[in-house]
Design a protein around this ligand. Structure first.
Ligand code: COA
Length: 195
């Protein structure tokens, strides 16, 4: 098993930690899987190390976006990334995105828990109120994971995503702080007990 990386939020199956420059070649490998890019907003095109490094440099320093590395707890293997983007502190809102790059780590409950941990971070650590996401209608696994994590559908942009020779709906989902029970961070962001 690899050494434990730096971790911010420890779940049961997965843990979230900071981006790590050493993992740029790993995320480049993830971002060259066309079957995965199919489900993301990115154009399906070859991802060079240079372009992946540019993404890393921007994400690692962004003040409007927070990106975490997702680790599998049983092995401490990096398995993907997730992010809160368009973070708006005045209106207490943000948008969410997730990629489990290691194909053998999908369908094991990791995405559901990682999404919950991201909501925990948004609501408890950052004090946000509304987190929204967009998902393509042909991605039932993502829809199911998001529902299990606490999101619900709020609307659709019809026939606005081209894939597999036809247009599909983009589904919008949101979750409010008032609908969410903190799995981890409410115990961390708590006042010290007087001695
Ligand atoms: C989407 C993603 C984050 C979900 O994470 P995950 O770890 O695979 O999901 P989980 O195992 O937590 O949950 C998936 C659920 O969907 C279900 N599911 C998976 N494929 C399905 C399908 N084709 N039809 C219906 N349900 C499906 C699973 O059975 C599971 O539900 P259950 O626990 O009720 O059985 C992950 O698969 C991923 O990163 N995929 C590639 C990139 C991507 O699609 N990102 C999201 C873009 S919006």
């Amino acid at each position: 098993m690899a050494d434990q990386p730096i971790i911010n939020i420890l779940g049961e199956l997965v843990a979230l930690g900071p981006l790590d420059r050493k993992l740029v070649p790993t995320s480049q490998r993830w971002m060259n899987q066309f079957d995965m890019l199919r489900t993301l907003g990115n154009l399906p095109q070859p991802m060079t190390l240079e372009a992946e490094t540019d993404w890393f440099e921007a994400a690692a320093r962004s003040t409007t976006e927070t990106t975490f590395t997702i680790y599998e707890r049983s092995s401490w293997r990096p398995i993907g990334t997730l992010d809160l983007r368009a973070i708006d502190y005045r209106n207490r809102s943000a948008e969410f995105g997730i990629t489990i790059g290691e194909a053998d780590c999908r369908g094991k409950g990791y995405g559901t828990e990682a999404t919950r941990l991201a909501l925990d971070y948004a609501f408890i650590a950052l004090g946000l109120h509304s987190v929204m996401l967009a998902v393509f209608a042909y991605n039932p696994g993502a829809l199911r994971a998001y529902e299990k994590a606490g999101f619900r559908e709020i609307g659709r942009r019809r026939e606005s995503k081209w894939m597999g020779g036809r247009l599909w709906d983009i589904i919008y989902m949101d979750c409010l702080a008032t609908e969410f029970t903190s799995p981890v961070l409410a115990k961390v962001f708590a006042p010290d007990e007087p001695r």
